[in-house]
Ligand binder design. Sequence first.
Ligand code: SF4
Length: 265
Amino acid sequence: MERLDISIRQQLLKDDAELIGKPFELAGNNARAVQANTRHMALILQDSAVKDRASRMAAFAEVLIDVNLHHYVKEPVACARGCSHCCTTYVSTSLPEVFRLAQAVRGKGMTHARVIAAAARAKAMPQLQREIDRVNCPILDNHACSEYLHRPVVCRAVLSTSLKTCELIFLKGSSIPFTAPPSLGSLRSYIIIMMRAAMVLAGLPHRNYELTHALQIALAQADSEERWLAGEPLFDDVAIDRLDQETSQLTKIVDGLAGAVRPTI
Ligand code: SF4
């Protein structure tokens, strides 16, 4: 597909400023806002002069989900500091978010040691088992996320409206549905789709991985982000999320969005 004329692209970028990092509609005619934010993320990732551009894209995604959570979630939530029931389950995350978290953890010896131990355990445990067994996330410290400002999108998008339901699910193993604000599922999906489409546009792998093993690898080398951006297959040994299948509906939506944005960058 041909790129749009440069003057049209310039006007588009100028108009995007009104939509970038702002609340967007979760249904209906939101294509313009979705494309503007995806384009912004893709352009961050394509700026090869910036060594930590993957982390920066993840940082923007954090802003985008937070501003939308603030806009849409009006229900009282049960989540509070010191409650960490949900931080004991499998966390599926993108590699830019892993690098963002690694930046925050690097140099923090205790947390790094917990990551190494958790990664060894995660590697030895099939994903289905990991979803049943409760294993503390290594970022947890005294039942609170020690990197709250840098936590992945999927962690931000877990908000509960019932502590009792969380206790039944995470402490008793109940299979009852999680109770969350109704806007949360759509919002999480949109942000994940936008991030993935941006990675597709930047020619980067866009699968989701188990957090702790990926984080251990990201922390093992000071320049892991640069090396991954340069195409080194650093994460080949990390298991891809079992739900992250090439043929999934999600992949089709991501490819469709990337295809719509590609001529504009
Ligand atoms: S990164 Fe933070 S919020 Fe996410 S599972 Fe770990 S401790 Fe919980």
